[in-house]
Ligand binder design. Structure first.
Ligand SMILES: C[S@@+](CC[C@H](N)C(=O)[O-])C[C@H]1O[C@@H](n2cnc3c(N)ncnc32)[C@H](O)[C@@H]1O
Length: 855
């Protein structure tokens, strides 16, 4: 594929771009210096020595060469190589290096420059590694060279960017030049932040204060010679939020602050989101990144250093300030939602210990018993309210837990994970109360001990209860707050995803794909009726997949409502059908149990299982006898598996045995399943293995029960789940044959002629056919001519054929490249006869670009 050059960025194909091409300038930047030169009285025409700093590709040098007096000296330097320009000396060097200065000196000898031009911009050349300087520093470096090489009264033209350094630079220019003016030539795009500064009348002082040319002094010291950090801590100035970049004076990504600021601050979420570290130091010691301390501002009396130290001591001493909390504070950027929640809970504790907890409106919370001033009746009411709130909180937690459980169950059902545990025994009971529940261990505070390997420590019931009570108490106070914060975090993540979707088309496409239901695994699906497919949206389809997995009988027994929602379906999960739990009922409702009558009538399970075994045996026999096409893929299947049961093939159903040879006979029209094209080496490997019977359907199903499929997603933050989905997936083996097959397939695909070629061929064929037709007609007329003898007729037809088969050659147009002696000439180039066409390297690209634009 040809590399298409981006020509539309910043509207590259503007008039100056075209004009530069026309005039043979190497860059449109040439017009900037032309316009500056024109505005300031044609200083280039009077300059006998010109230095062009950061000159590549060389358009400013070209302009200088054309405008400066004939015998003038023009020297251009750049990090990137510059192709030779007549009358210009160029070399490749970093303008900030001593080598560059030495080389300039060598070229200039004893002369001084009338004019120093500088159009440098870091990271636009090819030498990325060396481009370490910022624009402002580069300007200062060029000024340094200018001061060394300029004649008194000389001119310095430089490019600066609108930034906070702009004023400082202007200040320095004004110290060294008589007239300093900023200008933006029309050729400079409005969208660009660049401005050109015209410095005239170099003062050429005998001694220049090195500070003027020292970036540290110019960009920092001038703005704030003696920063008073202490003042910043105790009387933090209100900073304006910079929505368009880094905070002023803060260009580092790593931000740390005192943990006290976090505890006392009003917006813990914002701090958790923006900071990298909370230090266990007083704010005094962590002044590198002064932050807004609104709390301190709100206080009438700012805390003294001594008070801060005491507060920090108290916080450190707290039992809750565990090792884990300290660890979490060290790197906030890697924390997950659970960690944030821990930190926020811990913050609330610290706040209550420091007596900082205040209501939103600022009124202090009553510190003593709130019922102290109440009447007996009020006390009872208060107590009732408290208990009600407590109960509501408990119910809310329970509800959430139940929902999570339900979600888990749905996922299991969707994955087809039906095992004895799920039949009759609801998975809910296995979750949190199980013996090895880490949550329980964590709650009882034994996680650390377990992690160290001391398994013999046993928690007494009393201790565990005490801890639990404490936890609940803390939880109750902060639960609402934590819920709110959790919701906020979720919203923030959603917003982030939204922003990403806005900017990233690939991401949007991926999300859209993810939202499509997975069509490859149809499970035990019944063929959906046409109306179902047409009417229902994705959500309902999911619902129906789920429904259909319960087999066709269930359809008869319980007529399926059209828009049955999944949640409503599961809400009455406890309902018993035919003495079985709903899950069990669904399991036995699959088509595998279709022919077992006893099941529906509620016969006992032993009887049902006996029937299944019986049925399996007969099916097995049948398969063996008749060599049934639909027999299970492998005979070495596990004895207990149901694969061996003859599959009732529905016309629309696509099954694993589709790759059997019998399928060749299947009518294509009938086959309405998805036409799956094998495009990955993994899939091809699997297909080979299945075709060669190296693997059975059961193996494939078995393999799908891996550590990735049983992933517990409950309570995990979405960002984490997203990451897991991206990176934590099984690596399927591929064989060399499969890889070769896919490669060959792709090669064949690439070798296919593109549509245009195919069309051209067809046109050619059509023309030939038409020509033949015409010939036939003409020869018919000749044959039917009664006035001609047979000989004459034969001659005429032969003549006709000769004429038709004669190749018509188009007159050749000679292509002359406008290079060397032919460059820029008008009229016919020397030694060229006949038709010719002048071309240059750029023309082709330009024409293509124009066509593209016109399109
Ligand atoms: C906008 S281009 C200059 C265009 C030039 N005036 C022209 O008309 O062709 C900026 C140039 O600055 C150069 N540059 C950036 N940092 C440099 C450095 N430290 N030393 C020398 N050249 C540098 C880049 O290599 C790049 O070619």
């Amino acid at each position: 594929m040809g590399k298409t050059q981006k020509k539309f960025g910043k509207g590259r194909l503007d008039q100056y771009y075209r004009l530069a091409k026309e005039k043979g300038y190497r860059a449109r930047a040439a017009f900037k210096i032309l316009q500056i030169n024109q505005k300031y009285g044609g200083f280039l025409e009077k300059s006998k020595v010109v230095i062009d700093l950061c000159a590549a590709p060389g358009s400013w040098c070209q302009v200088a060469a054309s405008l400066c007096p004939v015998d003038s000296l023009i020297v251009g330097v750049d990090l990137a190589p510059i192709k030779p320009i007549p009358k210009v000396i160029t070399f490749q060097e970093d303008i900030t290096s001593d080598k560059c200065r030495a080389q300039l000196r060598q070229h200039l000898k004893t002369w001084k420059a009338d004019c120093v031009l500088h159009d440098g911009a870091p990271n636009v050349g090819t030498a990325w590694v060396q481009d370490a300087y910022t624009q402002s520093e580069l300007v200062l470096q060029s000024l340094k060279l200018a001061t060394e090489f300029l004649v008194p009264g000389g001119i310095f033209v430089t490019k600066v960017f609108r930034s906070k350094d702009y004023n400082n630079l202007m200040w320095v220019f004004n110290q060294l030049f008589n007239k300093v003016e900023a200008t933006k030539p029309p050729a400079s795009r409005n969208v660009s932040a660049e401005i050109f500064v015209m410095c005239r009348g170099f003062k050429a002082p005998k001694r220049i204060d090195p500070k003027f040319l020292d970036p540290r002094a110019v960009f920092e010291d001038l703005t704030d010679p003696t920063p008073n950090y202490e003042a910043k801590v105790f009387n933090p100035e209100k900073k304006k939020r910079k929505r368009d970049g880094y905070e002023e004076g803060n260009y580092t990504q790593f931000k740390s602050m005192s943990v006290l600021d976090f505890v006392k601050g009003n917006d813990p979420i914002a701090l958790l989101g923006s900071m990298s570290e909370f230090k266990f130091e007083t704010p005094e010691a962590s002044t590198e990144q002064p932050v807004e301390n609104e709390e301190a501002e709100r206080h009438e009396k700012p805390a003294t250093l001594e008070e801060l130290r005491n507060e920090l001591k108290t916080v450190k001493k707290l039992e809750e300030t565990s090792k884990e909390i300290k660890e979490l504070c060290k790197d906030l950027k890697v924390l997950g939602k659970r960690d944030f929640r821990l930190l926020l809970k811990w913050r609330l504790i610290c706040r209550s210990v420091l007596g900082l907890d205040k209501k939103e409106d600022g009124t202090p919370e009553p510190e003593q018993d709130p019922t102290a001033n109440m009447t007996e009746e009020e006390k009872i009411e208060y107590e009732l309210q408290r208990l009600q709130d407590k109960e509501a909180g408990r119910r809310k937690r329970e509800r959430r837990k139940k929902n999570e459980q339900r979600q888990k169950e749905i996922t299991r059902m969707q994955l087809g994970m039906l095992n004895p545990v799920d039949i009759g025994i609801e998975a809910a009971q296995v979750g949190s109360d199980s013996l090895f529940s880490l949550k329980e261990v964590e709650k009882s505070g034994q996680l650390e001990t377990l992690a160290k390997g001391k398994m013999n420590v046993i928690v007494t019931n009393e201790e565990a209860n005490k801890k639990e009570v404490e936890e609940i108490e803390i939880g109750e106070n902060s639960d609402e707050e934590a819920d709110r914060l959790e919701d906020e975090l979720d919203v923030m993540y959603e917003q982030y995803q939204g922003r990403r979707a806005e900017n990233d088309a690939k991401y949007r496409a991926k999300k859209a794909r993810e939202e499509q239901p997975d069509t490859e695994w149809t499970g035990f699906e019944e063929p959906p009726s046409e109306s179902d497919v047409d009417d229902d949206d994705d959500g309902i389809k999911l619902d129906e997949d789920y429904q259909s997995s319960s087999g066709s009988e269930s359809d008869d027994d319980h007529p399926k409502p059209k828009s049955l929602k999944l949640l409503t379906e599961l809400e009455d999960n406890d309902v018993k059908i035919n003495g079985l739990s709903k899950t069990a009922h669904k399991f036995f409702g699959q088509s595998a149990f279709k022919d077992i009558d006893g099941l529906d009538s509620g016969s006992d399970s032993d009887e049902a299982i006996n029937k299944i075994v019986e049925l399996r045996k007969t099916q097995y026999k049948q398969n063996g006898d008749t060599g049934d096409k639909n027999k299970a893929v492998s005979d070495k299947d596990d004895k207990n598996s149901f694969e061996i049961v003859k599959e009732v093939k529905e016309p629309n159903q696509k099954s694993w045995s589709d790759n059997d040879s019998s399928d060749d006979e299947m009518d294509d029209k009938e086959h309405t399943g998805p036409n799956i094209d094998i495009i990955t080496a993994e899939a091809m490997t699997l297909a080979h293995q299945l075709a060669l019977k190296e693997k059975s359907k059961a193996d494939v199903v078995d393999e799908s029960y891996n550590r990735y499929s049983m992933r517990d997603r409950d309570g995990l933050p979405q960002w984490f789940l997203d990451d897991e989905d991206r990176f934590s997936k099984p690596i399927r083996p591929i064989t060399a044959e499969a890889a070769a097959a896919i490669k060959a397939k792709l090669r064949a695909l690439n070798a296919r002629p593109i549509k245009k070629v195919e069309e051209a061929r067809a046109r050619k064929k059509m023309k030939a056919a038409r020509k033949l037709e015409r010939l036939r007609k003409k020869s018919d007329i000749i044959i039917e001519d009664p006035n001609k003898s047979e000989k004459e007729k034969a001659e005429s037809i032969q003549k006709l054929m000769r004429k038709a088969s004669k190749k018509t050659t188009k007159p050749q147009v000679k292509v002359v490249v406008a290079r060397g002696a032919n460059r820029g000439i008008m009229g016919r180039p020397k030694g060229v006869k006949g038709r010719y066409k002048m071309v240059d390297g750029r023309m082709k690209k330009e024409m293509r670009a124009l066509k593209r634009k016109a399109k």
